[in-house]
Design a binder for this molecule. Structure first.
Ligand code: SF4
Length: 293
């Protein structure tokens, strides 16, 4: 898949320039719960005021509002979204979307993921932070997950679009090239390297990644090129949130809050991006509240 067709992960100049206040909603993310069965040491969890599990009536009302505005791509995340009790209902509801994505730690059974595919999910983003079983236990805080994780990734990659998110910490950054090679061998569509601090810091060791692998994975290549040029992996700088037009077609809902977009300018702080008019707002599930109050 070409980088410009992915949409979920990148803000291109072309995309930003073609947006206006009447653009349809493109890509929205719903953070359904803070519950998770892993204990990744780098996990910051959610902001205290966004913690908990979103009630179904809130989630479905927000989703309906997005759908009414022409939503194209939806992502359900968490925490671990497969632990959310009404995930199936929301996936079914999202049927008009072009793509339905789940961000998961990969710990559910393959059967569960295939069930979600039956309901309409066609994009899985799975955490994969290391290429060995022992480190996997350290990185996830959960034992004996590696074999299940690898099995799920290999099987899902055969039947749908799968990307891996490799969160880089001091623990695993030295294995980056090996982890990327292992990920490539599992047949996934793409690999996203993510500095754990989420500050967009430059990633060490990217030059050791096999160039052939970069050619097969456009998001990986984009992020590696950014870091080689000394800019953050997503190429978004902290000040970009002041002039970022993503808010007009890209939203995140977590807890009672609506965020203009999910590309953090700092560690978990909310955005104030939309023309600098607000820091954040309470999401109203009635009326046209696409822009926060
Ligand atoms: S899988 Fe995600 S939500 Fe769960 S502990 Fe790890 S980073 Fe946090």
């Amino acid at each position: 898949m070409k980088l410009e067709d992915i949409g979920f992960y990148t803000l291109s100049d072309q995309r930003a320039e073609s947006l206006s206040v009447i653009s349809p909603m493109s890509r929205c993310e719903m953070i359904l719960t803070d519950r998770c069965n892993f204990k990744c040491p780098y996990c910051r969890g959610m902001r205290p005021d966004c913690r908990g599990t979103m009630p179904f009536n809130t989630a479905s009302a927000v989703l309906q509002q997005w759908l009414d505005q022409g939503l194209e791509h939806i992502r359900f995340s968490g925490g671990e979204p497969t632990l959310y009790p009404w995930l199936d209902d929301l996936v079914k509801m999202a049927e008009p979307c072009k793509r339905i994505a789940i961000s998961t730690n990969g710990s559910a059974s393959l059967e569960r993921y295939l069930e979600l595919m039956e309901l309409g999910v066609d994009d899985f983003s799975i955490s994969f932070d290391t290429c060995c079983s022992v480190k996997c236990g350290t990185m996830t805080g959960a034992r004996n997950q590696f074999e299940n994780l690898v099995y799920n990734i290999r099987e899902l990659a055969k039947v749908t679009y799968v990307t891996l998110g490799v969160v880089l910490t001091d623990e695993n950054v030295n294995q980056l090239a090996n982890t990327v090679e292992y990920a490539d061998d599992m047949g996934v569509a793409d690999i996203r390297i993510i500095p754990a601090a989420q500050e967009g810091s430059v990633v060490r060791g990217v030059s050791s990644i096999n160039p052939d692998i970069l050619e097969r994975h456009p998001i990986l290549k984009y992020r590696v090129n950014n870091t080689l040029q000394g800019v953050p992996v997503r190429s978004i700088q902290w000040y970009d949130s002041h002039r970022c037009y993503m808010p007009v077609d890209d939203s995140v809902v977590a807890g009672d809050y609506h965020f203009p977009c999910d590309i953090p300018e700092g560690a978990g702080r909310p955005h104030w991006g939309y023309r600098g008019q607000h820091a954040r707002g309470t999401y109203q599930v009635v009326g046209d509240s696409r822009y926060v109050s």
